[in-house]
Write a protein that binds this ligand. Structure first.
Ligand code: ZN
Length: 191
């Protein structure tokens, strides 16, 4: 059993920060139904994201605010991600196993002023990260205890692509144009 499962909470010290080759590794699918350990890990991950959005908690425990986390960021190469986002009219709460992107729009978008990641030092990189504006994802969601088909646009779609990228060993900084970090096409939507 991994050490992280002996903990009640994920702490800042548990999070792997780049450069670290582990972050470049591909994660493996987990068996369904989820094992007790995988459920526990997903809950730890989801709680970390939710707690990080509580200003007092985040301050007290010195954790950075986040909208998502992937298991590889705590060193576990399993296709598990947790996400909590909130926008004006809706919120997205996900603790997913084996997410697969089944649809990607041709329309691209990017987060303005740029993406962030618990595994990347704040302010170290700058640049535009191209993402599909509209995606569909199939996965098992622990929070609803069911297989789900998620349709996401804009910010939610960006967060899902960012977290699923982690499972394939890709960081957002890998998607920034090396020659021109500010490169974007005219029709890309700024989010
Ligand atoms: Zn990240």
């Amino acid at each position: 059993m991994n050490n992280i499962l002996k903990k009640k909470y994920i702490t800042t010290n548990d999070i792997i920060v780049e450069p670290n080759d582990i972050l470049k590794e591909k994660s493996s699918n987990v068996n369904l139904p989820l094992s007790k350990e995988d459920k526990q890990l997903l809950r730890l991950m989801y709680n970390h994201v939710a707690n990080s959005q509580d200003e007092d908690y985040a301050k007290k425990y010195h954790i950075r605010a986040a909208v998502g986390i992937a298991a590889i960021q705590v060193g576990i190469k399993k296709r598990l991600i947790a996400i909590k986002t909130k926008s004006e009219n809706h919120s997205m709460r996900l603790a997913l196993a084996n997410p697969i992107i089944t649809y990607k729009s041709e329309q691209m978008c990017y987060l303005n002023p740029g993406e962030g990641c618990l595994s990347v030092e704040e302010g170290k990189y700058h640049g535009i990260v191209p993402r599909h504006f509209h995606i569909k994802v199939e996965a098992y969601n622990l929070l609803s205890n069911s297989k789900v088909l998620i349709e996401a646009r804009g910010f939610d779609a960006i967060v899902l692509q960012h977290e699923i990228d982690h499972l394939d060993g890709i960081l957002y900084i890998d998607r920034i144009n090396k020659l021109d970090p500010d490169y974007k096409k005219e029709d890309w939507i700024s989010i």
